[in-house]
Design a binder for this molecule. Structure first.
Ligand SMILES: Nc1nc2c(c(=O)[nH]1)N[C@H]1C(S)=C(S)[C@@H](COP(=O)(O)OP(=O)(O)OC[C@H]3O[C@@H](n4cnc5c(N)ncnc54)[C@H](O)[C@@H]3O)O[C@H]1N2
Ligand code: MOO
Length: 422
């Protein structure tokens, strides 16, 4: 892609805001079993169909009695019989007969002949009895449209008498790998070719976010073939990802193809990795993401631009990732980057709590054991200009899924290198 006049560069934040604003989603609704609903998003408000308990029930394990028998003080219970003056009554279970009060089993004893006696009379009528609806009342709101179903909410829905629930259908997200050099994973790799791995990463992320990934076959670097694949995808998908960036090589035909099916909002982003990511939207409002090829960038950019779109499909707002100030455990040296580069670099880090705040170690300087364990890093530090000196404070942005950082003590003991040249 030659950098033509009018080539639009936006900051990561503007690019995201523009594509969110221009996209139009019409989420479909489907009815599914509550037992299978965790992680799905409610497409309607749900109210309880029943009260729980649906009959007065015992709050504790005990015996149910009639309060009137105790109204004038402790009665003579020598002639009391189970099923007549009292009945055993266990926690959460409907009280049989016309008993109205429960005495805890710890306050009840039986003599050798099985005669009951009470250590104390019940304090009031209805003591230790859960009235109808104490847990859940018929008509009570259980869930709201747009709420993600958690295990607890699924249980609540079941308690409210629902076996099925209306949820938004998973958004269909097409992923079109492109490039003459790509070979499907698992196939023999001819010299000079590359394994198509981004679709595995993208599909797994999309599934985790509640979307349905539709990975298409690899398309060759040919505008006509790409347009064909894009036209098919925008017809029946909610979001389309073309894995082809807006770089400048002779084979870079992703943007020329996207331009034929959608309006380009942004040809490239002022944030790397993945600066050559383009964002577009069709006249129907279907977003088309031209994801830049190199895997390191694709991993970040799919989080930055696609995750918010999936959330938006479900009607969820965009939440800024948590940010903290962190002390850098290595210098970030940008002096070798081409001067005048306007692209800010998001450097993957391992961010951890330390005794006096947060520390961030750029992934590149970590010893192998840590690099393997925390492969993608859990945060970014943004480097521009000449970079940062060792020990300098920088803003660190947690990476999705915003995992709580491990404690730093002992973690970075064998950190050897103290400068990362970018
Ligand atoms: N002369 C210049 N060259 C490059 C520039 C530049 O400004 N001037 N920018 C560099 C940067 S930064 C990036 S990022 C890349 C962007 O390239 P594209 O997004 O156009 O991607 P491709 O050229 O198609 O591929 C690059 C690389 O990624 C691999 N790739 C592509 N798709 C997949 C996939 N699905 N799974 C795994 N790997 C994939 C591809 O095989 C290439 O190795 O341009 C730089 N060059
Ligand atoms: O756009 Mo590139 O991924 O910045 O390296």
């Amino acid at each position: 892609m030659q950098e033509a006049k009018g080539h639009i560069w936006l900051t990561r934040e503007d690019a995201r805001a523009r594509v969110l604003e221009a996209s139009r989603f019409s989420p479909r609704v489907e009815r599914i079993a509550v037992a299978q609903s965790v992680g799905r998003v409610c497409a309607a408000d749900v109210a309880s169909r029943q009260s729980l308990p649906n009959a007065p029930s015992s709050r504790w394990d005990g015996v149910a009695v009639r309060y009137d028998d105790f109204a004038a003080g402790m009665p003579d219970t020598s002639g009391w019989r189970e099923g007549r003056e009292y009945a055993f009554s266990n926690t959460g279970i409907g009280i049989r007969g016309d008993y109205d009060t429960v005495v805890r089993i710890e306050e009840v004893s039986f003599d050798a002949e099985g005669r009951i006696s009470f250590a104390a009379a019940p304090a009031q009528r209805g003591a230790l009895v859960m009235p109808v609806g104490a847990t859940l009342e018929e008509g009570e709101p259980l869930a709201r449209t747009g709420q993600t179903i958690t295990p607890e909410l699924a249980a609540l829905l079941a308690g409210g008498g629902w076996a099925e629930v209306d949820v938004y259908a998973r958004p269909r997200v097409a992923f079109i790998p492109s490039g003459n050099e790509l070979v499907d994973a698992g196939r023999e790799l001819p010299l000079g070719k590359n394994v198509e791995t981004n679709s595995l990463m993208a599909a797994a992320k999309l599934r985790a976010w509640g979307a349905e990934p539709l990975v298409r076959p690899i398309v060759a670097d040919d505008v006509g073939l790409l347009v064909e694949a894009l036209c098919e995808a925008v017809e029946d998908c909610d979001i389309v990802i073309l894995n082809g960036g807006s770089s400048k090589g002779t084979d870079d035909c992703a943007v020329p193809a996207i331009e034929r099916v959608a309006r380009v909002l942004c040809h490239a982003v002022l944030m790397g990795p993945g600066a050559h990511t383009s964002l577009s939207v069709t006249s129907e409002g279907v977003p088309v993401i031209g994801l830049s090829g190199p895997s390191g960038g694709a991993e970040c950019t799919i989080d930055w631009y696609v995750k918010p779109l999936v959330d938006r499909y479900f009607g969820l707002g965009f939440n800024e990732p948590p940010k903290v100030r962190a002390r850098l455990l290595a210098a970030l040296d940008l002096s070798q980057r081409s001067s005048g580069s306007k692209v800010k670099m998001a450097v993957r880090c391992l961010l951890a709590r330390s005794s006096d705040g947060f520390v961030a170690a750029p992934m590149g300087v970590l010893p192998e054991s840590l690099r393997l364990q925390y492969r993608g890093g859990n945060a970014f530090v943004f480097a521009s200009g000449v970079g940062f000196a060792l020990g300098e404070e920088a803003e660190a942005e947690l990476r999705y899924p915003y995992a709580f950082p491990p404690r730093a003590e002992g973690l970075f003991d064998d950190l050897e290198s103290h400068a990362l040249v970018l």
